[in-house]
Design a protein around this ligand. Structure first.
Ligand SMILES: Cc1cc2nc3c(=O)[nH]c(=O)nc-3n(C[C@H](O)[C@H](O)[C@H](O)COP(=O)(O)OP(=O)(O)OC[C@H]3O[C@@H](n4cnc5c(N)ncnc54)[C@H](O)[C@@H]3O)c2cc1C
Ligand SMILES: NC(=O)c1ccc[n+]([C@@H]2O[C@H](COP(=O)([O-])OP(=O)(O)OC[C@H]3O[C@@H](n4cnc5c(N)ncnc54)[C@H](O)[C@@H]3O)[C@@H](O)[C@H]2O)c1
Length: 472
């Protein structure tokens, strides 16, 4: 028997994006139906942020054991128990899962339906032919899945993706990775620290789109740890070589590994949604949306990994908040990708808010660049962890436009700069702030203060100081 529902809001997808919309709408007393075909929590909880950060934490401990002698502490070499490590990853997911569960959302007042949704008309959907939904507004939050690049022979070799890599119960002897974006670099470094040999094969420039100086600093750190990174490398074919996997590059060189991880980007999950029935335009990068995240069907919004652009959990949650403001309160909203921080959780971390220097130059804007190195930070020196820097871009008058930070905890430090950009603060606000000593946060203040270094040598200012001295 077909059940018929007519909520105000229907959300398709129970990942970071969909859950954020559903929770907020239910909180305001709006009738909401949420449809999820797989695991509640989506990619972030089950195969993305959470397991990757749990793996990275384990790898950091392994590294700390191996590096302990630098601090006069004898330990190591680190021994990795993959079964215990996998249990740690699973326990981390299990610990967070209740927050995203159907039970919690049901308690919040959301009607959660397990099944696959597809459009049957501009405002109607069917779920597995068991439920018909007619909604005043629909939010598509169907996420993405790993992109498999068109590499000859790939289909005939065993390979891992982010869907399977966290279930490994043996440590790869040598991990080949296709792609040196955030996923390839984060996981590549983690496996290297756990004891695997790691080779990353990247078609273009690793971390393209980030500030080149920041990207270079991260890549240099990974190389120092023994991660082999091959930029601008075309893959001619993949094949099995005995019990191993091999990649032949366009140069003729063949790389061999015990395992292969494909980390070559994402494709939006749109198959089977019957978007055309609802008049929703889409392309290979995702669903087309305007600045208010509305699709070409004015009743339907799309957010998260299902739309083009940088993909992140916090970006998806921010988009969800904008949709709530627009759909429920009819307030005008405008999604600004530059307002979303980007963090790559390598060690050192790379974090950015706002446009890069290159982006400002391409826009023809006039700006200033301010820098400070971590090597000049007492805390970083005490912790013998000095690779990195902060780089600020400001207007000519000192308003902060953006920041790139490389270093331990850069992902935490970027929050200050997000606040500065959002509130149109100037370097003066940051330079006058009292920052605790010794903290890494001091580098931001030091960078901001360099804005005034020209003032120190300004003859007018010097004359004025001299004149004031005469007053006694
Ligand atoms: C290894 C890895 C590490 C990452 N680390 C970070 C990080 O540290 N920080 C960060 O911010 N981001 C990180 N990301 C990115 C982040 O995971 C994603 O941007 C985020 O999870 C996207 O959320 P979403 O809700 O748009 O999509 P998803 O989480 O993919 O959710 C979409 C949901 O929709 C469901 N669905 C799809 N089609 C249908 C349908 N027709 N009917 C019903 N349900 C459907 C799916 O089953 C899925 O559960 C990482 C990604 C990866 C792969
Ligand atoms: N901390 C975070 O916020 C975080 C962490 C991890 C992932 N993510 C997001 O998840 C998404 C997926 O990350 P990702 O690193 O898989 O994707 P990505 O698109 O950022 O990077 C994929 C890389 O693979 C390369 N590539 C593609 N085809 C190739 C081929 N045939 N041979 C060699 N290299 C090839 C690309 O040039 C690119 O550099 C991204 O949107 C990313 O921003 C976010």
């Amino acid at each position: 028997m077909t059940e018929r529902l007519s909520p105000d809001l229907c959300v398709v997808g129970g990942g970071a994006a969909g859950l954020s919309v559903a929770a907020a709408a239910a909180g305001f007393g709006v009738p909401v139906v949420l449809v999820e075909r797989g695991r509640m929590g989506g990619e972030c909880l089950n195969a993305g942020c959470v397991p990757s950060k749990a793996l990275i934490a384990a790898a950091r401990h392994a590294r700390a054991v191996d590096e302990a002698h630098r601090f006069g502490v004898q330990a190591g070499p680190a021994m990795v128990d993959m079964a215990a490590l996998r249990a740690h990853v699973r326990a981390t997911i299990a610990g967070i899962a209740p927050t995203d569960s159907a039970a919690r959302f049901t308690a919040l007042g959301v009607r959660v339906i397990a099944g696959t949704a597809r459009f049957t008309g501009p405002d109607s959907l069917a779920v597995d032919d068991a439920t018909e939904i007619t909604a005043r507004r629909v939010v598509i939050a169907t996420g993405s899945s790993p992109r498999l690049p068109p590499v000859a022979g790939l289909a005939d070799v065993p390979f891992l993706t982010t869907e399977t890599v966290f279930d490994l119960d043996v440590l790869p002897r040598h991990l080949l990775v296709i792609g040196a974006g955030p996923v390839g670099l984060e996981l590549g470094q983690a496996f290297r620290r756990l004891g695997s040999g790691v080779t990353l094969v990247e078609a273009g420039e690793p971390l393209a789109g980030e500030d080149p100086e920041a990207a270079a600093s991260v890549l240099a750190a990974l190389r120092r740890e023994g991660v082999d990174i091959r930029p601008h490398a075309g893959i001619a074919r993949a094949f099995r070589a005995g019990g191993a996997v091999a990649l032949t590059l366009d140069t003729g060189e063949t790389l061999t590994g015990s395992h292969l991880l494909v980390a070559a980007g994402r494709v939006p999950s749109l198959a089977g949604l019957d978007l055309d029935r609802a008049g929703i335009a889409h392309g290979p990068d995702g669903i087309r949306v305007d600045a208010a995240l509305r699709t070409t069907n004015p009743r339907v919004y799309a957010i998260g990994d299902a739309i083009p652009g940088a993909r992140s959990t916090h970006g998806a949650s921010h988009q969800a908040a904008l949709v709530i403001r627009n759909a429920l309160f009819r307030l005008p909203v405008r999604f600004d990708p530059d307002a979303v921080p980007r963090v790559v959780f390598t060690d050192p971390e790379l974090a950015r808010i706002g446009p890069t220097e290159a982006a400002l130059r391409a826009r023809g804007e006039s700006f200033r660049v301010l820098r400070w190195p971590l090597a000049d930070n007492d805390r970083a020196r005490a912790e013998r962890d000095i690779p990195g820097h902060v780089k600020l871009v400001t207007t000519r008058r000192g308003r902060i436009l953006g920041a790139s930070i490389v270093g331990a905890h850069a992902g935490e430090m970027i929050t200050t700069w997000g606040l500065a950009v959002r509130n149109r603060l100037s370097v003066r606000d940051l330079a006058e702030q009292v920052v605790a000593y010794p903290t890494r946060g001091e580098i931001g203040k030091r960078a901001a203060m360099t804005f005034y270094s020209r003032t120190l040598t300004n003859p007018m200012v010097r004359r004025m100081v001299g004149w004031l001295r005469r007053l006694g």
